[in-house]
Ligand binder design. Sequence first.
Ligand code: MTE
Ligand code: MO
Length: 266
Amino acid sequence: MNKPMSLPDDQYRELNQQLRRMTRRGFAWGGAAILSGFAAWKWLGSRSEEEMLRWPLRRALELDEKLARATFNPARKSREFLPRSARMPRVNGRYGIDPNLERKSWRLQIAGSSGALAWTLDQVKALPRFEITTELRCIEGWSEIVTWGGARLVDLASATGLALRTGQVGDPMTHTADLLPYVSLTTPNAGYYVGLDIASALHSQTLLCYEMNGEPLTILHGAPLRLAIPVKYGIKNLKQIGTIVFTDSRPADYWTSKGYDWYAGF
Ligand SMILES: Nc1nc2c(c(=O)[nH]1)N[C@H]1C(S)=C(S)[C@@H](COP(=O)(O)O)O[C@H]1N2
Ligand SMILES: [Mo]
């Protein structure tokens, strides 16, 4: 796993140079703003929009992602808490959630470049069950400690083989050269969707949850199955999963299309 995560020397140099350039640009920018605040503000406002963000800000986010990816260590875990500190968070975000979802006919659609499958909830529950107590961190500024119960996404990947180009069943982390680099998750009605880098998706704390704080998941918290991914902000913790697609291309993401950072990780 370390190879694609670690940063080659030349990229590290490039990153450093970019950082220095950005800092310099930051100072120049500050100077310009002081000299002619309003004109400078207008200049920023007149730049073409990229995914709803003014480009200097977009550039900064891209650098953030490079740094985050470069320093992401799959062995490093998000902080875990005692189960007794867990609280039920507010229901936050209902995009794509169908409150009348027919649970009996619900299937988890799983696909990769080597094929596709449809799983029942019982098949997900047959995977080893894990429980972790971590912090759900919303970009709106609140966070809550939650105990999540469910199966690891990496175990689903192992069981189906779909995270690998070859479709080979077994631990995908032992074949990192064949790993598909992204995962797309969507609600059954495609009203909400998130994209993940494969390292975060297959992180040991990333769970497909059917329980929250020891209780079966409720519809508005994402039943029958939701994602808990503590290495990412709340926006990536998709509720009511319909499809999971392992893919070569960077998936669309609901909040990225509204201007938020695609990576959205810690
Ligand atoms: N389907 C769906 N999943 C979603 C959202 C949403 O609007 N729709 N909102 C996200 C956001 S912004 C947060 S903070 C968490 C909140 O989870 P909770 O409602 O269980 O507290 O769900 C995430 N998953
Ligand atoms: Mo959120």
